[in-house]
Design a protein around this ligand. Sequence first.
Ligand SMILES: [Ca+2]
Length: 490
Amino acid sequence: MRRRAFLKTAAVTGFTAGAVAQPAKRLNFVFILIDDLGWRDVGFNGTRFYRTPNIDALAARGMRFSNAYAAAPVGSPTRASILTGKYPARHGVTNSLPGHHALDHSRLRGPDPKQFLPLEEVTLAEELKSAGYVTASIGKWHLGGIRYYPEKQGFDINIGGTDSGAPRSHVYPKWSGNPPIDGQLGEYLSDRLTRAAEDFIRSQAQHPFFLYVAHYGVHHPFEGRTDVVARYRRSIRQDDPQNNPTYAAMIENVDESVGRLVKKVEEEGLTENTVFIVTSDNGGLDAAEVDGQLATSNVPLKGGKGYLYEGGIRTPLCIFWPGVTKARSISSVPVISTDFYPTLGQMAGISRNMGRPVDGVSLVPLLQGTAPLRRTALYWHYPHYSTQGGRPGAAIRQHDFKLILWYEDQSVELYNLNADPGEKTNVAESDPARTSELKASLKKWLDTMPLEMPVSNADYDPERETEGLAQAIREQLQNGELPSPSRKPE
Ligand SMILES: [Ca+2]
């Protein structure tokens, strides 16, 4: 506890322990989190319509993961897991903030999620800062109000991070209402954030740094640069479920950002000691429309953001660690957001000082190609009704199999993801032994977590069940927090 208190003091005062006499070649980290980017939204996972040449080039230089997962099907919990190494079931930020509370007639009432990442958590930024790193959070934060901003969680610099889950706009001058970035006429939001990240890299070229770039794109509001949208409009293929030119333009902009940051690192002569990580916080949003068509599609995966099916939690991930990751290497080992904390800790050589229990495991053996991971399963606990229509439940992935436990009625679904990545055939009844084994493992894990379960709702009314969700969606639409829903809650 004394160490924790010390770290908090260090974070508040800006004192950086051990900030002197660092070896010349300490690793820098550029962690790029693209909001709502779906698993199939990148070239290396098979999109045909969107173009991500810069992300693909980075993946080609390093290792990409075909079974990478977000810790939750929505953003805030995953963001908290990246920064703490803990499952949402442990850190308590279980829903996208602020979460909705209007499900008056649903079968269950979800617990109130924490409305912030508690300051007691020692974040990856705090760990790296105390080891002499300069730390910057550029872009979306979404982990609490002003008392819980990045500056309070180990980041020396916070540009554009607030309690908001979505910008008012991605397009200047409309986005100038987003605090607190100064605007430049005609500049697109992701371009502005990229410029800030480039400035940071230039200013810290002589110092080890941790740069966390959390793009507001490709989250709604769906607004692309008009010239880019127009170009994609000309290449729509009606036989492709991914055919939205606005969303394609948004992806192109964040991809360009990746390219610009790689280039800036090269210009500063830092390529040899700078690690790049590109990933997403949840699956693609396939429950909203723009220009009369779905924003994106996660096909062949099932479902999307807000769901415990693969479309909601499987994400793109590539890691380039110069001199270590083999070019064009692919890992199919299941990995999850909680793993970044111990991974970056080990890469930075500070893991021995990171003594607190985390749920993630270091991916360094996979990146080095030296050993398998010693982990048997991944777990999810999402005790809420999502605004996309997802229902409260838990899940476990062990080897090729995934079991989902629905909290409403304790029913389960079991899928062989190797044979059936689209989760079309529920094999729970035909494979009762594995079903009971995985269900028991999942329940055992749930028992070890300091979590809150949803409770039965005295006002449950199946006739009016979706009213509450509809009301929640209406409220969020009025607040500008949601795009138009195109799909009724299931
Ligand atoms: Ca998100």
